[in-house]
Design a protein around this ligand. Structure first.
Ligand code: HEC
Length: 147
């Protein structure tokens, strides 16, 4: 748990620095999601056995999800509905409560997954699965599909 917490704090620290340096909330939220995408990639590869399971890599990925969930929803101020190459859907501003609820569910799943301290592949697959179901749930409602 101590190791997980340290990693989580490090990740949160990096994200809050990114938040204070980048003036553009669109760029900040996309950068947060890029880190989430990278953590999901390494998690998915471990889950499929494409790379070996390692508990520290698992903890680092889960810490990234938790840190992202803590801050992500703060980077959708009025006026950032369009611009840049944002894929944010108008539903975020029309249904802010629903958006924050999915965001919080994602964050809570990540915090629970960290607390479970998955020590083997089976435990990690379950922990990652409970976090990853929120990606699709949020993207379906609140992210423009470019396909
Ligand atoms: C609470 C809602 C929410 C959750 C949960 C969420 N996303 Fe996202 N994601 C978004 C939104 C909104 C965008 C578009 C942001 C923009 O372009 O302004 C996005 C964008 C992305 C991008 C593109 C980033 C870029 O600009 O290059 C990736 C990759 C991504 N998400 C992966 C994931 C993965 C993987 C998960 C789960 C582990 C996840 N997301 C969970 C809302 C969410």
């Amino acid at each position: 748990m101590v190791r997980g917490s340290v990693l989580a704090l490090a990740a949160i620290g990096m994200l809050s620095m990114a938040g204070s340096v980048a003036a553009d909330p669109i760029e900040t939220r996309q950068t947060i999601m890029k880190s989430v995408g990278a953590a999901a990639k390494v998690s998915g590869e471990m889950a499929k056995g494409e790379i070996p399971f390692h508990p520290d890599v698992a903890a680092s990925a889960l810490a990234t999800f938790a840190a992202a969930g803590k801050s992500f929803h703060n980077f959708f101020p009025e006026g950032s509905e369009s611009g840049g190459d944002t894929e944010a859907k108008a539903t975020i501003w029309e249904d802010r409560e629903g958006f924050v609820a999915v965001n919080d569910k994602f964050a809570a799943a990540a915090v629970s997954a960290i607390a479970a301290e998955p020590a083997d592949l089976e435990a990690f697959k379950a922990a990652f699965g409970s976090v990853a179901e929120n990606c699709k749930a949020c993207h379906e409602e609140y992210r423009v599909s470019r396909n």
